[in-house]
Unconditional design. Structure first.
Length: 121
């Protein structure tokens, strides 16, 4: 069930992802630093949304993966300045960031008899 708390958490996550895109866009996507930064951005955005929203679902995992992936590709576009093509490192970083966000947000855990996931058990 989607509550106001979850919607606010998703909005905060979108703001953090946009700010992360602006910050990552200042760096060259040539070496391992921005590639690892994409995965870290995915983890940070997912952790903020899960912590604020107190909710995990496959739908949220998909939305956050898309949000983080688009924000990192936007960072690659900002790095290129709109003149050069987006570097392959930006796409790799976006895939890693999207995967990290999805893995952190997905409702992993044991299912009980009533079908409710119990995280951490």
């Amino acid at each position: 069930m989607v509550t106001i708390r979850v919607l606010v958490a998703m909005a905060v996550g979108a703001v953090v992802a946009a700010l992360g895109a602006v910050f990552l866009g200042e760096y060259e996507f040539d070496e391992a630093l921005p590639i690892g930064a994409g995965a870290l951005l995915g983890l940070v955005v997912a952790e903020i949304v899960v912590s604020l929203g107190h909710h995990r679902s496959w739908t949220m995992a998909g939305i956050l993966a898309l949000l983080v992936g688009v924000s990192v590709v936007l960072a690659g576009h900002l790095d290129a300045g709109g003149v050069e093509p987006v570097k392959a490192g930006a796409y790799l970083s976006a895939a890693l960031g999207a995967g990290a966000a999805a893995l952190r947000t997905a409702p992993w855990g044991r299912r009980t008899r009533d079908g409710v996931a119990q995280p951490g058990t």
